[in-house]
Ligand binder design. Structure first.
Ligand code: SAH
Length: 213
């Protein structure tokens, strides 16, 4: 269930679905997804589907984790500092932390953040800083960021996230309500001009405001 072979099968499915970045595939092959789930669900960890993590939230489908990571890596120049909005289980965080020197991640539900912190520690990933806050405002004290990845969908892109992009920085974010599309937004040099590409349809939990203890 949790073996290397099971993960290799998952990676083969990701390849079949068009994920090509070898760095992303290697990290997904090496990262146990089952530890990000409650025990009752861990036997389903390597299915290519989103799974519940409590509080009405979900661990994203492996395909979308791989795809968003690949889009971020390929669109950005150097990626030194990356901000994630929506830590959730910490799975996407752990994938980023193996590919990028410094990862910052914000979560609005405290118990989810606590569990994620424990799992990242268990995996020995020390290049991650977590914050309990409304990530719709980004994390201005730690910015600017070469990349920002949101795993919750706002109806409109929060201007704070754009403001916290470093020159040529990229934002990967699902946008919409009942219908959502992945957006890739690039800051044009150090200007306040942003270039948006609307990519594939996706389904994410909504970006909510405020925090939960
Ligand atoms: N990356 C996560 C996906 C979790 S689902 C994983 O791999 O498990 C999206 C997460 O975004 C949820 O945990 C939800 O609580 C969080 N979220 C929603 N709105 C938010 C906000 N404004 N600020 C921070 N986190 C938010």
């Amino acid at each position: 269930m949790t073996s290397q072979r099971t993960r290799q099968r998952l990676v083969q499915r990701l390849k079949d679905q068009g994920v090509t970045d070898i760095r992303v595939l290697d990290v997904m092959a090496a990262t146990p997804r089952h530890i990000f789930l409650d025990e009752a669900l861990s036997h389903r960890a390597y299915e290519d589907t989103a799974l519940p993590i409590g509080f009405g939230q979900t661990l994203s489908q492996p395909y979308i984790v791989a795809r968003m990571t690949e889009i971020l890596l390929n669109a950005a120049g150097k990626l030194q500092r990356v901000l994630e909005v929506g830590t959730g289980s910490g799975y996407q965080t752990s994938i980023l932390a193996q590919l990028v020197p410094q990862v910052f991640s914000v979560e609005r539900i405290k118990p989810l953040q606590d569990k994620a912190r424990e799992r990242l520690r268990q995996l020995g990933l020390r290049n991650v800083e977590l914050k309990h806050a409304d990530g719709g405002f980004g994390w201005p004290e730690r910015g600017l960021y070469d990349g920002i990845l949101s795993t919750a969908a706002p109806r409109q892109v929060p201007p704070e996230l754009l403001e916290q992009l470093a020159p040529n920085g990229v934002l990967v974010i699902p946008v919409g309500g009942d219908e959502q599309h992945l957006h890739l937004i690039m800051r044009d040099g150090d200007s306040d001009k942003f270039v948006t590409q609307v990519l594939e349809p996706v389904r994410f939990v909504p970006l909510l405001s405020g925090v939960t203890r």
